[in-house]
Design a binder for this molecule. Structure first.
Ligand SMILES: Cc1cc2nc3c(=O)[nH]c(=O)nc-3n(C[C@H](O)[C@H](O)[C@H](O)COP(=O)(O)OP(=O)(O)OC[C@H]3O[C@@H](n4cnc5c(N)ncnc54)[C@H](O)[C@@H]3O)c2cc1C
Length: 666
């Protein structure tokens, strides 16, 4: 990597010239840097806002899952079986499903070799369990913090290899050639030098960019179980001309707010009380009972939420477990109340003198609790018996479930869609590779754990392609500057206008709240054409007015102002995608319900807005893509690509491999 200083229209700028820049230090980014270096390209740098930020580093769950080919026992499995499972999630390209399946074992064993403690049996079998949308037992876990271990071990490896890391840099723009055919670099803020105009902006003149900025969590900030340090940077990629894909597809579920944690598994199986209060914590009432026909169906729906955690519109009917999400959403987002889980008492409905009537439970729920020795006491007693660590995790975050209520909401957890990439994870703009959650490889449903697999597989693929095809040095500096000068000046001009808004007080938190309230209302589990239209319009208006309306307390907040710009742009494109999906006739599927006045109500006394019908299957065989251009979104729909059926004759493949013919675009 070469460092130079240049002057662009009076701005003194540092420029780093390098073959490959990896942006982001989550599991995907660290893996990509490691792979590029291992495969032979030593001129690689990893840049990140902060090594301790992002989803992988800070996220966990009961048993955080990694999905891969079956590697234990005598259950039959194959690359094609796994590819089919991924593909059958709907709106997923079959070629990408095949690659994710084919490389899952390789990606997994790399992590094993690096020391991620995935458990194996006495005979060395990597035993698995069944996760959601998984017909086999392909899931594994290193415990509640699998992705954190992955980051730690990958970072050790990146450091061991001596790969250059630039921490404290926030990318604010992706630079392309004049024709917008390929990406040629980046512009970033040097976060340690925001108060120094000559060091505030930094350019990267790069042959390749591997972009691993994670899910666009900032839009849902206050309705999200993503860590507070994850915002994403998808908006600036749209701005550069990178296509979005399946942007409508997310995963939502019930999570706690003060400490962000998914409330799946035992938290629901012990059947806590769901209570709602006004904003001040008064006027407490158990609200679920207003919508279920009898205590039995209410208790069973809560129990089932344990292993049916993500909101799934197919599980709403007949008082299914996903009705609970709808009721929590209605109470919080529409009725403006607060909702809590109380583990200290049994639900009133279904109890007598404070004792739960276990005979009201379905056979499944009853047997489960019986086998767990938990047919007694209060929810907290059952939780203690079945899963003490579930209580401890809250205690270590200052929440005592034995005494206090846990505030919850329906939260965004994962974006299945994202930026477009091909089977080498290269986007529609050459030399730019979105990898990890920012890349929308998944469709409507995906097996739990496949997100982490996708990031590791994408890292291998992007690295292979870069090393085999794009090993040339970056452009000389004059040529680079002549291509990007206009784009750079535009970004700096935005920054300097924002910098003039330093007025000693800040409204950034307020603005972030506004964005996330809008997203929960218009792009969460309940959607309608009108709400998407309204939300999209508000988003673009806020974006256009940002510079005039934002207030920064100090220049240190410039980074956040740029982030807000990115979040608003992202929100505009995402809400436009929802609008387009509904206009095209798309209805409820996956993790959202689309209002349909001719559909049915999930429960008779819910308002009309919840009337819905399921989408017709043909939508799962198509993929919506979007390009953002001059403030407008253009959409195009393609049929999903089938899973390739290649004749993998060994000698033919070997020959093609030896001649590097396989490392080509198709
Ligand atoms: C509560 C929860 C539970 C989950 N459980 C599972 C599970 O069990 N199994 C599974 O497969 N998946 C799970 N997921 C999803 C999975 O954890 C994520 O998809 C994955 O960790 C994302 O990794 P990543 O490397 O793509 O992005 P991240 O880990 O989010 O990393 C993004 C990185 O980019 C940096 N960055 C962003 N913008 C910029 C910028 N402009 N400039 C510089 N740096 C930038 C960030 O600081 C960060 O370092 C879960 C997610 C959540 C929230």
């Amino acid at each position: 990597m070469r460092e130079e200083r240049v002057n662009v229209k009076g701005y003194s700028l540092r420029v780093y010239s390098v073959n490959t820049v990896v942006v982001g230090s989550g599991a995907a980014g660290l893996s990509a840097a490691d792979r590029v270096h291992s495969f032979g390209q030593k001129d690689v740098v990893l840049i990140t806002e902060n090594l301790l930020w992002g989803t992988s580093r800070n996220t966990g769950s009961d048993k955080q899952t990694y999905y891969k080919l079956t590697l234990a026992g005598d259950v039959r499995d194959s690359i094609y079986d796994l590819a089919r499972t991924l593909f059958e999630g709907g709106s997923m390209d079959g070629d990408i499903a095949l690659v994710e399946a084919a490389l899952s074992a390789r990606a997994f064993f790399r992590l094993v070799e690096l020391g991620v403690p995935f458990p194996h049996s006495v005979y060395g079998e990597y035993v698995g369990y069944k996760t959601d949308h998984d017909p086999k037992q392909r899931a594994t876990s290193a415990g509640p913090l699998t992705s954190q271990y992955m980051c730690e071990k990958l970072l050790e490896e990146v450091k061991r290899k001596g790969i250059k890391i630039l921490e404290g840099y926030q990318v604010i723009g992706i630079l392309t050639d004049r024709e917008k055919r390929k990406v040629v670099g980046l512009i970033a803020l040097d976060l340690k030098n925001l108060d120094n105009r000559d060091n505030r902006y930094v350019l990267f003149n790069a042959t390749n960019v591997i972009y691993t900025t994670g899910g666009p969590a900032g839009m849902f900030y206050y309705h999200s179980v993503y860590p507070t340090t994850q915002f994403g940077s998808t908006g600036i990629a749209f701005e550069a001309g990178i296509w979005g894909k399946n942007l409508t597809e997310w995963q939502f579920g019930i999570a706690s707010k003060k400490f962000r944690w998914n409330l799946s598994g035992t938290y629901q199986q012990v059947i806590p009380r769901y209570v709602s209060t006004d904003q001040n914590g008064n006027d407490e009432r158990e609200f679920l009972k207003d919508y279920f026909p009898d205590p039995s169906s209410m208790l069973n729906a809560v129990f089932l939420k344990g292993y049916q955690w993500p909101f799934d519109v197919r599980k709403v009917e007949n008082y299914g477990s996903s009705l609970v999400d709808i009721l929590v959403f209605y109470e919080t987002v529409i009725r403006g109340r607060r909702v809590w889980l109380d583990f200290t008492r049994n639900p009133e409905w279904g109890s007598k003198d404070g004792e739960l009537d276990f005979s009201l439970l379905s056979k499944e729920a009853y047997e489960y609790l019986k086998k767990s020795g938990a047919l007694f006491g209060r929810p907290i007693d059952r939780l203690k018996k079945m899963n003490q660590p579930a209580i401890d995790v809250y205690r270590t975050h200052g929440i005592d479930l034995e005494r206090e209520y846990l505030e919850i909401s329906v939260c965004a957890q994962h974006n299945n869609g994202g930026l477009h990439g091909n089977i080498w994870w290269e986007s529609n703009l050459e030399h730019f590779f979105p990898v990890g959650e920012v890349n929308g490889t998944h469709g409507v449903y995906r097996p739990g754990g496949s997100a982490l697999n996708s990031g590791q597989v994408g890292a291998i693929r992007a690295a292979q392609f870069v090393v085999k095809n794009y090993s040339q040095d970056p452009k000389n500096i004059e040529e680079f500057l002549s291509e990007v000068e206009e784009q750079v000046l535009k970004k700096i001009e935005l920054g300097e206008r924002l910098a003039r808004r330093v007025v000693g007080r800040s409204n950034l938190a307020e603005k972030l709240k506004e964005v996330s309230e809008r997203m929960a209302k218009c792009g969460g589990i309940l959607r309608s054409l009108e709400m998407a239209r309204e939300g999209k319009q508000e988003a673009i208006t806020s974006l256009n007015n940002l510079v005039d309306s934002v207030e920064l307390s100090s220049i240190k907040q410039l980074a956040f102002a740029y982030r807000l710009y990115d979040i608003l742009l992202t929100q505009y494109v995402y809400l436009s995608a929802i609008e387009n999906y509904i206009e095209m006739g798309g209805r409820s599927r996956g993790s959202y319900l689309v209002h349909d006045p001719t559909g049915k109500l999930p429960a008779p006394n819910l308002p009309e807005i919840f009337r819905y019908s399921l989408s017709d299957e043909s939508f799962n065989r198509r993929i919506q893509r979007v390009v953002y251009r001059d403030g407008k979104c253009e959409f195009f729909w393609d049929p999903v690509k089938p899973i390739p059926q290649e004749d993998n004759w060994f000698e033919t493949t070997w020959n093609a491999f030896m001649k590097d013919e396989i490392f080509k675009k198709r």
